[in-house]
Design a protein around this ligand. Structure first.
Ligand code: ATP
Ligand code: MG
Length: 367
């Protein structure tokens, strides 16, 4: 193996190789391959039923894949039981023992593994300190708030000092404020421990805010793997472009290539659109132009000669931002989100405006 390959392999915590999982006629996972790096905060993002839990359970050993292999720290783990793997899982439904105390819940796995009493006590206290629950050891779980229960589940997973922590929507049941607070805590914990976290969520904002890298999934298949910025700025296909953030999608046809990886296209309405060229253009030249709502600028009458002319059809007040749905002169409807401030807040439905954007903010996808 060349040196670079050896080094790359050494930095991989979990290697998923052509994994498939069928439940009867349902393909919950279909040919999924991906490498999760050591010390990485890695998220699996996708809509309900896309296979996130199934993939996490396969890594943890709770589900046997129908095809493919899973390596952890360079070693195939398919023949290992969950407790033999260097992983720990926080389940989508917490599975705490409500009638037991916090300390018993956290120490449960340790006693199963035969840790001595003193050693177990020390590690339980350490885990409770990590999740900021010191002093709660004697409380019963059913006397805790939702957020505190979540922390108990985390402490229970951390107490074994796993190389890889698998977290299945651990914040799903929490209200927004607590959720944001726990997001920060989880990120802090991950950095502090330097462990590999594989985090499942269907919330794109949460995935963006927390992850080093994200895998976007749909219907059992991997759609794209990248940093939050790569996923957001350069979506690989229509699914990613619409699942993550809000985007105008314009059907168009390639008309020419330009330098710096840009290409020109023309929409059915004869609107000219320049953007990042698709890596592999389709033979018929059809493309889908992706332009995010907030990359579109709405310029009041007289403020600009650039861009294209349009009429505001709908103005929606969204608190921190304003949403304008506009109809361009050549029939295309475009939506723009702008910060709620001057001068845009004065604009009204029926106003004629100019819409401007930068070619660097347009992604052309082969469709
Ligand atoms: N034990 C099972 N038997 C049969 N089908 C299953 C089983 N577990 C999961 N599935 C199916 O496999 C697919 C993927 O399920 P999975 O639980 O992995 O989705 P998910 O992405 O975690 O969804 P959610 O966000 O709702 O938790 C779904 O169609 C589901 O119905
Ligand atoms: Mg799930």
């Amino acid at each position: 193996m060349p040196r670079e390959d050896r080094e790359a392999a050494a930095s991989v915590a979990v290697s998923i190789r052509k994994i498939g999982k069928r439940f009867g006629s349902v393909a919950a996972l279909d040919d999924v391959s991906l490498d999760i790096r050591r010390g990485e905060f890695f998220s699996l993002l996708g809509p309900s039923g896309c296979g996130k839990t199934t993939l996490l359970r396969a890594i943890g050993g709770f589900e046997a894949p129908t095809e493919g292999d899973i390596l952890i720290e360079g070693r195939s783990v398919l023949h290992l039981a969950p407790y033999e793997r260097p992983t720990n899982m926080i389940f989508q439904h917490l599975a705490l023992f409500p009638h037991l105390g916090v300390r018993e819940n956290v120490g449960f796995g340790l006693r199963m593994k035969g840790a001595g009493r003193g050693e177990a006590m020390r590690r339980v206290e350490e885990a409770l300190r990590l999740v900021r629950l010191e002093g709660y050891g004697d409380r019963r779980v059913d006397q805790l708030s939702g957020g505190q229960r979540q922390r108990v589940a985390m402490a229970r997973a951390l107490v074994n000092d796993p190389a890889v922590l698998l977290l299945d929507e651990p914040l799903g049941a929490l209200d927004l404020q607590l959720r944001l607070q726990m997001q920060e805590e989880l990120r802090r914990l991950q950095r502090q421990l330097g462990a590999t976290f594989v985090f499942v969520t269907h919330d794109q904002g949460e995935a963006m805010a927390m992850s080093d890298r994200i895998a976007v999934m749909s219907a059992g298949r991997l759609q794209q793997v990248g940093t939050p910025a790569e996923i957001y700025e350069r979506p690989a296909n229509r699914f990613v472009a619409t699942f993550v953030g809000h985007a105008n999608l314009i059907e168009a046809r390639l008309t020419g290539r330009m330098q710096d990886g840009l290409a020109e296209a023309e929409a059915a309405s004869s609107l000219a659109i320049t953007g990042h060229a698709p890596p592999t253009p389709s033979t018929d030249g059809k493309v889908l132009a992706v332009l995010r709502y907030e990359k579109l600028r709405v310029r009041p009458p007289g403020a600009s000669e650039g861009g294209i002319a349009a009429t505001i059809q709908e103005k929606t007040y969204m608190g921190s931002s304003l949403r304008f749905t506009c109809r361009a002169a050549d029939g295309v409807t475009l939506t723009a989100d702008t910060p709620n401030g001057e001068p845009e807040r004065e604009l009204a439905e029926g106003d004629t405006v100019r819409l401007e954007w930068s070619p660097a903010d347009v992604v052309l996808l082969s469709s």
